[in-house]
Design a protein around this ligand. Sequence first.
Ligand code: PFF
Length: 461
Amino acid sequence: MNPATPGPHQRPDNLWSSRTAFILAAIGSAVGLGNIWKFPYITGENGGGAFVLVYLACIAVVGVPVLIAEVTIGRRGARSPVASMRSLTDADGTRRGWRIIGWNGIVGAFFLLSFYSVIGGWSILYIFKTAAGLFSGADADAVAGIFGAMLASPWSLLIWHSVFMALVILIVGRGIRAGMEKAINMLMPLLFLLLVVMVAYAATTGHFGRAVSFMFSPDFSKLSTESMLIALGHAAFTLSIGIGVMMSYGSYLPQHVNIARTAITIALMDTLVALLAGLAIFPLVFANGLEPGSGPGLIFVTLPLAFGHMTGGTVFGTVFFALLLIAALTSAISLLEPVTEWLEEHKGISRGKSALTGGLGIWAAGIGTVLSFNAWKDFFPLGFIPIFEGKTVFDLLDFLVSNVMLPVGGLAIALFAGWAIKRDGLDQAIGLKGPLYTAFMFVLRFLTPAGIAVVFLYNLV
Ligand code: PFF
């Protein structure tokens, strides 16, 4: 990879202002509902410590290498994922088919945000519900009833989905420095602070030790092949790789930043947050004699029930949902970015209008998810195909984006960066020298693709 002639999005006034700014933005993207909502419950369901081990291996062998490759491609292309891939395939004379990576990114980010935003909306609603004391003293049926009533109301879901998308559009529309960086510099420290407050609160329950052993003592009997696919899919999901988001963020990355070191920092911080989220949640669950493996309802049913019966539960419950909202918001803005960057470039419209146009399209697509929980809850669009049986619009989008587009995108990126692009100068671009670079290329060319392909294919067969 030749040291790039700076592309159009590498204007000095349009770059992240520092390495730290980029790291915070990328951690903001990586840390999201995935860490706080999904990681704890999939760990609970798949054998605790055994699952954490497999997950860490997936992060190391698949997550970090693809993250490095994606950011490197983005910085060199210095455009939206679609145009970066076009520019790189042209410059290196590689096959045009690789360009699908760019499209997979834009389409994947579009649909992922369409349902991510609906769940982001739940967290806003839950801040209000918790602060209003709705859960204090409530029993299991009442709490489940509140969650059920929210899902049953398309209007309520639509309103909060709209509020969430409006926030995302406002931030992204103002641009990299004035919008994203400003918001991220404020939100990320707050996120860490709230997380530490929650872990400290959880430590007062007296069930911290049990949570630690639940999360870290391995039960290999619960670790199925499906668990491995879940771990792999989650490694891609949690690091925001495979669908162009990190490519877009990389397109604004100053040339002097060492990508390898940066990527490792991002992965470490993301994993730390996921583990801390588990340590904030499970002690509360155990202290109230509740079920840790209760699936997606863990955050919106089990936890409010716990908060409702604890001293300070109203305050700390509100803090918890604020934390969830911040995590979701900083990920959502990263999902709107590739779409916005593409519209800006492709349609030649201003940043603000691009964010608005892309955001409105995503908002409209989100209505499919809104209805999946009520009016369309028995509507299974591709139900005649066995693997899609019983999947609502939301289930289908989640499955296609999280379990297909993300891993397949990650595979294609690893293959493209490992085999197809010109390698001169690539070591410099990545920031690895000598044997470290050789080792990295070995992992990227062989282990990463093999890891993704085996787990993915096994599951299809
Ligand atoms: N990493 C985010 C999370 O863990 O919630 C979700 C996400 C954001 C996935 C951006 C993919 C993406 F491109």
